[in-house]
Structure formats: C-alpha cells, structure tokens
Design a protein around this ligand. Structure first.
Ligand code: SF4
Length: 213
C-alpha cells in the first residue's frame, strides 16, 4: 500500500469551517484538472512514494488533531487513501479536499469532504460530477471560488438548483486577484439571502504564495 505524496506540512487551516485551526496537510501528487489560477502546479507530477505504515505513523505521531488530504487531486489515489485512513487514530479529524470531479462514493463515514465546485472562471467549469451532489452529507462542505460576477451567478444558480443551503455547508471565496471585491460579494450574498459562509483565504492573507503554507 503506497501513496504518492507531493508534500507534508503543518499550517493553519485557511478555509472551511475549520479555518484557523492547526492542521497537518498531506498533499498528494497528480491532478486530472488544469484550473487557470492553480497555485499548486508543482503537485501535478512531483512527489515520492510513502508506504501506508510510514504515513500512518507520521499522522498518528503528530500532535495535530486535524488532518487534511489535499492535492493535486487526492481521490486519484482513492483506494489506497481509504485503506490508509482505516489505520489512522480515531481521535483525528480527517478532511479530504477534492476537486469534485471524482466520485465520493465509498469514502469512510468518519471523513469530512470539502468538494470544490469548479466554476467557469476556473477554466474547468462543468467538471463537477453531478452524482456527487447525492453523496454530500450535512457535515460535508461544497466550495465555490469566484473569479468574477459571472461565477457568482453560476454559484447562485447551483445553490438554488440543489438546495445547497439545507444539504451541506457551503463555502464561498474569491481568487486573490478577482474582478470583484470582498465587499461586493458580501453585499450580493446578503441581498440574495444565501445561507453560505463567505471566507477570506486565511493562509494567503498571512503567507501570500509561500510554498508549504
Ligand atoms: S483541481 Fe486544484 S490542483 Fe487541480 S488544477 Fe485545479 S486548483 Fe490545481
């Protein structure tokens, strides 16, 4: 049992309802998408193999309670990932952040999923696997990253179509150099009465584009 890992680092969780908490990030190698504003291109190919035992030991021995598997796209190594998670201490909270294009079916009950819904502005609009809407539970989160108002409108349509406000947590943020301001997004969310969590990417605010943060 082997996982190809790009990097392992400790940082503050920058997004999601866990934002602000110390988190052990395990970034897996490889991605099946190519978002225009991707800031982890270095994870497309680089990395090294970790045995399950090595990885589980590293997670269980860390004194960080929150663990996130991210990418790249972690679900490209789904079967191995599921097996490794089975050996992680139960007291750890495990997040998987996925780009939404690969089936969430079969993920362990204990995992909290953060599924990105790629909007048109990312260059990968339409990549979200529709049947994944059926796998999102109350404790999971769906995330929209906006580039412009067209993305905002697409997010709102998706929110209405799938009644996302009552399905799971809904996260909204914007890219660093978006064509709309935090204030404009906040006003639009309030006007449209969307039950979403608007978030500023905390890790970018603190560390800008520093690698491994
Ligand atoms: S899904 Fe994530 S890692 Fe893959 S290209 Fe998009 S932003 Fe980059």
């Amino acid at each position: 049992m082997v996982l190809k890992v790009n990097e392992i680092f400790t940082s503050l969780q920058g997004e999601s309802s866990f934002a602000g908490l110390p988190c052990l990030f395990i970034r897996l190698t490889g991605c099946n998408l190519r978002c225009g504003w991707c800031d982890t291109k270095y994870a497309y190919d680089e990395g090294r193999d970790y045995s399950g035992m090595e990885l589980v030991g590293l997670i269980n021995d860390s004194n960080i309670k929150l663990v996130e598997f991210t990418g790249g796209e972690p679900l490209l190594q789904k079967e191995e990932l599921i097996r490794i998670i089975g050996d992680v201490d139960q007291e750890k909270t495990i997040l998987i952040e996925t780009n939404g294009s690969i089936s969430l079916e079969g993920l362990p009950e204990r995992v909290l999923t953060i599924a990105d819904y790629k909007l048109k502005g990312s260059g990968e609009g339409g990549s979200f696997l529709e049947k994944n809407m059926g796998f999102l539970r109350k404790k999971d989160e769906i995330k929209f990253v906006l580039k412009d108002f067209s993305d905002y409108n697409e997010m709102r349509e998706c929110y209405m179509k799938y009644d996302l406000g009552s399905k799971c947590g809904v996260l909204v943020s914007k890219i660093w150099n978006a064509e709309l301001s935090d204030g404009e997004i906040a006003e639009a969310i309030l006007k449209d009465r969307l039950n979403v969590r608007y978030q500023i990417q905390l890790h970018k605010y603190i560390w800008k584009d520093e690698k491994g943060r």
